[in-house]
Design a binder for this molecule. Sequence first.
Ligand SMILES: C[S@@+](CC[C@H](N)C(=O)[O-])C[C@H]1O[C@@H](n2cnc3c(N)ncnc32)[C@H](O)[C@@H]1O
Length: 369
Amino acid sequence: MIHEIALTIKPTMKCNMRCKHCFNGNDLNKSDIIKLQDVYHFIESACKEYEDIKVTFHGGEPTLAGNDFYKKVFKFQEQMTDKYDVKFSNNFTTNALLLDDELIDLLIKNNTLINISFDGPYNSVLRQHSNLVYEKICKVKGKGGKVRAFCTISKGSYTHLLDIYNWFNDRQIDFKILPIEPRGYAAIDRELLMDTKQFIKVLSKAYRYWITDKECQIRFYTFEEFAALRRETQFKPFWFKREIALNPDGKIYPFGRPNDIQFCLGKPSDTFSLNKCFESAEYKRMLDILSRLREKYCMDCQSSQVCNGVCICMSYMYVQQDDLLQYSCNQSKSIFSMVLGINDEIMGDFKMGNTEKYNNIIKRKFTEK
Ligand SMILES: C[S@@+](CC[C@H](N)C(=O)[O-])C[C@H]1O[C@@H](n2cnc3c(N)ncnc32)[C@H](O)[C@@H]1O
């Protein structure tokens, strides 16, 4: 039995919001809705071979599958828990427009982490319905649900990163930043993209502020990940072979969201094995391409031991799109270098016993083994 697997389920690629930057771009018009039977087969195949199963519902907009879809999927998870003695943890990534009381209660009952796409005080730069979405976040919080904001930063907002952090902190909303990537619509409208040098400056200033901010009362996931980075440890060592997705067409693809549909790894059935997917010729073909890219991009890179081809913000390597790969690699390299430099300073301070100025998260991260 292998320990854990991360499944992404995309019930549909349709969406009811028109975000200016969406990486799904023109795929958003596709009208397929996933068949429940495919979802059941996918989940059961994971239960046969893994113990901890992390499921992320994504899309498109996952709420468009309807509340009954989720009632059935969570019921099925309960049955699988009894049958195979496995553990599920669920994530649900949504624009929240259709997140009603019934669905919120169902997600909370199933201990789901609800990721609501919302960019704080700059939400209207890329998205619509800011007040409504903010109200939904407050509603989930008010009901005691686990919620965090997925805050995409772009040209119109990134220079205000510190304000964005303070805005979320004042309202006690956990969040994570998603730096805009030039894919889908954002590859067409390049005016939305950030200047990498300026971004690193802003990020460095905000990270330095956060490490000593004793008023921090939220989880700022991005900076918590930064604080865990060390020169000698690989960022996500077991990343390959842990992420796999089921798309609305009922087929399985490597990685999560977005995923690369040129590598189809099969269709779930009652005899389907996820492990066989990872041994398939198609998966090996993809790994070959990735290892050639790693040779090309990672050999001379100072950060390659830390990243191993896994970008810190997006957590996957792009396959066969050189311009994207260069953009992402360049940005990650600069982020790693900046963060590792600051973390070296923190380690130096901890060696000298100068720990007083740091917040409790830093104190914990830099003293734990
Ligand atoms: C693609 S949406 C899908 C799930 C759901 N419809 C939602 O809005 O959360 C998931 C997240 O990806 C982010 N995203 C989309 N395109 C992006 C891009 N080009 N760069 C960075 N993040 C992007 C969105 O802002 C959103 O927070």
